[in-house]
Design a protein around this ligand. Structure first.
Ligand code: AKG
Length: 278
C-alpha cells in the first residue's frame, strides 16, 4: 500500500485511502445496513442485546429513525468479516502493529432530510473509559470510517480539524451527549481553533478515513435527498488496552466469539435483550 496516507495521518491527524473496498463489497455492507435498520425500526425504541445496541430516535420530520447501531458485527456476517479484513490490517499495522483489538464497531446512519442527527465537535479520547483500561491512547488507537454512500458537506459528512491531534486532551464544554448537538464553529473558537481551518471529508463509497483519538471532529445534519451511511471501526494496540474484541492476533484475523467487555459495563449482569429506556 502506498505509504502517503501514513505521512498525512502523522502530520494532520487524519488520512483518507481511496477505494479500499470494491463496489460489490460496499453493496454487501449496505444490504446488511438495510437489514439492521429494519430491525431497529421494528424494535421501535432503543434496544440492547449484549454489546449489540440499536439506538432509535424520533426525528421531528421523519418520525422514528435508527441513527446508530453498535456492534452490528455480532449478527451480520458480512460486517463481521469486514471488521477483520486483511486490508484493514495492512493499513493499521504500520501505526499499531499486528496484535489488534477492536473497541468500536458501529453503523452511523443519517437518513435523507434528517435534521436532528449530528455529532458535536469532540475527540474520541473522551469516550475511552475507564481511562486506566486505555493506555497510551495517542500511540495505540486509530479510528476508521468506511463510506457506504458518497460522503461530504452536502449530506452531513465528517469535518476534521487538521493538526488538533497534537494538542492533547481538549476540554470541549457541552451538556449532554455528543449526538445531542451538531458541530458548531463556536465550539472550535472556544478552543482557540479558527473555524476556517476545519476540513470536510470528501469520500466515495468504499473509501476509508482514519483519524487519531485526539483529532477534533464532528458532523452536521443531512439536508440531502440520499442516505449518508458510515461504517466505523476503531482499533487499539492490544498490549495497551484491557477492553475490546480481538481483530488480529499476530496478523491473523480473529472471528468474534462470546461477547467480551467493551463499553457496556453490565454485559455480565444484564446480557439479555432489553429496551434501554433512552
Ligand atoms: O458519523 C459521523 O458523522 C461522525 C462520526 C464520529 O464523530 C465518530 O465516530 O467519532
Amino acid at each position: 500500500m502506498d505509504g502517503a496516507y501514513l505521512a498525512h495521518y502523522r502530520e494532520h491527524g487524519y488520512a483518507v485511502v481511496r477505494a479500499l473496498f470494491a463496489p460489490d463489497e460496499v453493496a454487501g455492507i449496505a444490504a446488511a445496513f438495510d437489514r439492521l435498520y429494519a430491525r431497529g425500526l421494528a424494535h421501535g425504541a432503543s434496544f440492547r442485546h449484549g454489546n449489540l445496541l440499536y439506538r432509535v430516535r424520533t426525528d421531528a420530520d421523519l418520525g422514528p429513525i435508527v441513527p446508530m447501531v453498535q456492534w452490528p458485527a455480532y449478527i451480520e456476517p458480512v460486517l463481521e468479516r469486514t471488521r477483520r479484513d486483511p486490508r484493514l490490517l495492512d493499513l493499521l499495522a504500520p501505526l499499531l502493529g499486528r496484535d489488534l483489538k477492536q473497541i468500536i464497531n458501529q453503523l452511523h446512519w443519517k437518513p435523507p432530510w434528517a435534521r436532528g442527527v449530528g455529532f458535536s465537535y469532540h475527540q474520541d479520547a473522551l469516550f475511552r473509559r475507564p481511562a486506566e483500561a486505555y493506555r497510551d491512547l495517542a500511540g495505540s488507537y486509530v479510528q476508521t470510517g468506511i463510506a457506504i454512500d458518497p460522503h461530504g458537506p452536502r449530506n452531513g459528512g465528517m469535518r476534521v480539524y487538521p493538526g488538533s491531534h497534537r494538542r492533547g486532551i481538549l476540554r470541549i464544554e457541552r451538556p449532554g451527549r455528543v449526538t445531542d448537538h451538531e458541530m458548531a464553529d463556536a465550539d472550535l473558537a472556544a478552543l482557540g481553533l479558527d473555524p476556517a481551518g476545519a476540513v470536510d471529508l470528501e469520500l466515495a463509497p468504499g473509501d476509508i478515513a482514519l483519524w487519531h483519538p485526539y483529532t477534533v471532529h464532528g458532523s452536521g445534519p443531512n439536508p440531502s435527498a440520499g442516505d449518508r451511511r458510515f461504517f466505523i471501526n476503531g482499533y487499539v494496540r492490544s498490549a495497551n488496552c484491557d477492553r475490546g474484541e480481538w481483530a488480529f492476533r499476530d496478523g491473523a484475523p480473529c472471528p468474534l466469539g462470546e461477547p467480551v467487555l467493551v463499553h457496556y459495563e453490565d454485559l455480565h449482569i444484564r446480557p439479555e435483550p432489553h429496551y434501554t429506556g433512552d
